[in-house]
Design a protein around this ligand. Structure first.
Ligand code: AMP
Ligand code: MG
Length: 309
């Protein structure tokens, strides 16, 4: 996607004046505001209808800027070198002198941080004098947006500006890893935790129930607002049927996540497919079994939460 400098400057202008702007990232589109400003960050919660108790992820351009706000450690450097910029979020200890707004952390002494890869957003970050707090640009518990059009569908005219950076390349939220003490996975996401385990040279497990209760971990989330049945072998005639690989026979109610069981491709297509089904006004969704390995685990995690009522 070609960088349009005038749009990046417009986004900077609005952010400098404490407005929220939607920004493209490789995971999903974010609803961004100056992370140092109480006024700006409080607007994020209001727009998203997100409970104030749910902390936000803060987006940085480079390590030098992050050092102002967080204590860095060896595990952070190892993972940064391997995966950043990219779809991984680190929970780190907040420095006492940090200017991060209390709204962002909900008063905690830890901060979730990330280095997004999308080149339009990286260019924007490079012009700013502050990092950006940015949760996904959707109404709380709804489907995450992966394009400018999706964000507009979520918020209508309620947000002043959406910076276009093309369709999100990963299409799933970041993997969150807590590095304050012993590394712990808090949310499955765009990077396979086996790859993270390899870099840290230790086995990482993900057990949902043990982790802190925060939005990505709440049971009901990422939902298209339509009942979903999982691990389905045979769909009912009124259901949209989501399949992991393309079939030979034609059926207008079939939706394919991948041509050939490619889980990366399936991850990228997940929210797009669910949104498409919603737009087509289906009342029920059935999903066939998705292999529970690598990014398949992230896909299953999102589908399980989306299917909770
Ligand atoms: P979202 O930005 O909507 O994708 O969600 C932000 C996620 O960041 C939440 O689901 C939390 O799991 C996580 N998070 C943010 N701040 C913290 C923190 N200080 N400690 C632990 N998790 C956090
Ligand atoms: Mg979200």
């Amino acid at each position: 996607m070609k960088k349009d400098l005038s749009n990046i400057k417009k986004a900077k202008y609005l952010l400098d004046y404490n407005h929220c702007v939607a920004i493209p990232t490789e995971t999903v589109y974010g609803l961004a505001a100056n992370a140092y400003s109480n006024k700006a960050t409080s607007k994020i919660f209001k727009l998203k209808k997100r409970p104030k108790s749910n902390p936000l992820i803060v987006h940085y351009f480079r390590i030098r800027d992050l050092k102002e706000d967080c204590e860095l450690n060896n595990n952070f450097h190892k993972l940064y070198n391997k995966f950043c910029p990219g779809p991984i979020t680190f929970v780190l200890k907040l420095k006492k002198k940090s200017k991060i707004s209390k709204n962002v952390t909900n008063g905690k002494n830890t901060l979730a941080v990330r280095f997004p890869k999308n080149s339009v957003t990286r260019s924007l970050l490079s012009f700013l004098k502050y990092p950006l707090a940015a949760p996904s640009a959707n109404i709380y518990t709804q489907l995450s947006p992966i394009s400018k059009k999706d964000v507009r569908e979520e918020f209508g005219k309620k947000i002043k500006f959406i910076l276009d950076g093309g369709v999100s390349k990963v299409g799933l939220e970041s993997t969150i890893i807590d590095l304050v003490n012993k590394p712990q996975v808090l949310r499955l996401g765009g990077i396979d935790i086996r790859k993270i385990s390899k870099v840290l040279k230790r086995k990482l497990n993900y057990t949902k129930n043990k982790s802190i209760k925060v939005p990505g971990q709440s049971k009901f989330h990422y939902s298209p607002g339509i009942p979903i049945r999982l691990n389905v072998k045979k769909r009912h005639s009124d259901e949209a049927f989501v399949l992991i690989h393309k079939r030979k026979e034609f059926d207008k109610n079939y939706f394919y996540l991948s041509k050939n069981k490619n889980l990366k491709e399936a991850g990228k297509n997940l929210y797009k497919t669910l949104r498409k089904i919603k737009r087509l006004k289906f009342k029920k969704i059935a999903v066939e079994k998705i292999p529970n390995i690598g990014l398949g685990r992230t896909i299953n995690d999102r589908l399980k939460r989306a299917s909770k009522r």
